[in-house]
Write a protein that binds this ligand. Structure first.
Ligand code: GAR
Length: 189
């Protein structure tokens, strides 16, 4: 049995796709949903699936020994970031080396770094009149959006695409590819 903890700060549409994908896999369990926002919709989604939730209200808690040990006690094999906006502290990375992955809604290294998330990314991409965008799934290190790439998938940007249309294209790619990429990462653990 492989155990996943999903970390998310917002809606959690990716989290839900991942939960659905592994609901039919007896070898993988989504054991925990972690959020830094008490009102994040992802926590409601977790309740609907009877998945344990945990709030990490600050960077300090996220980087604490107590939190790292709690994840270890729960025998978490892989941490999956799905729209989680806090930087992962080095203590947590040292407890889960090559076992934390993230999805970013652009083709890194472009449009990454602090403050580059959600619609901010799509607005910047459209403003620059890029011809394509896409998603990047990568390992997490101490810097925002910087770790080794696992997968990139691109999509074309048409002349009339606004940030909202682009965000819908990107979300489709994310929902399709993130669960599959997670399955591949798990197979290599
Ligand atoms: C996703 O588009 C994800 O790529 C992005 O947040 C969104 C979360 O959506 N993450 C980042 O921008 C990280 N830098 P969701 O809550 O509906 O899954």
């Amino acid at each position: 049995m492989k155990r996943i903890a999903i970390f998310a700060s917002g809606s959690g549409s990716n989290a839900e796709k991942i939960i659905e994908r592994f609901a039919i896999n007896p070898n993988v369990e989504i054991s925990l949903i972690v959020s830094n926002k008490a009102d994040a919709y992802v926590l409601k989604r977790a309740q609907n699936y009877n998945i344990e939730t945990r709030l990490v209200p600050s960077k300090k808690v996220l980087g604490s020994l107590e939190f790292a040990e709690y994840l270890q006690e729960k025998e978490i094999d892989l941490i999956v970031l799905a729209g989680f906006l806090l930087l992962i502290p080095s203590l947590l990375i040292s407890y889960f080396p090559d076992r934390i992955i993230n999805i970013h809604p652009a083709l890194l290294p472009k449009y990454g770094g602090k403050g580059m998330y959600g619609m901010h990314v799509h607005t910047a991409v459209v403003k620059n009149r890029d011809k394509e965008s896409g998603i990047t799934i990568h390992y997490v290190n101490e810097k925002y959006d910087d770790g080794k790439h696992i997968l990139q998938v691109t999509c074309a940007i048409e002349k009339d695409d606004d940030p909202k249309i682009l965000s819908e294209k990107i979300q489709k790619l994310e929902h399709l590819h993130y669960p599959i990429a997670i399955e591949k990462v798990l197979a290599e653990l």
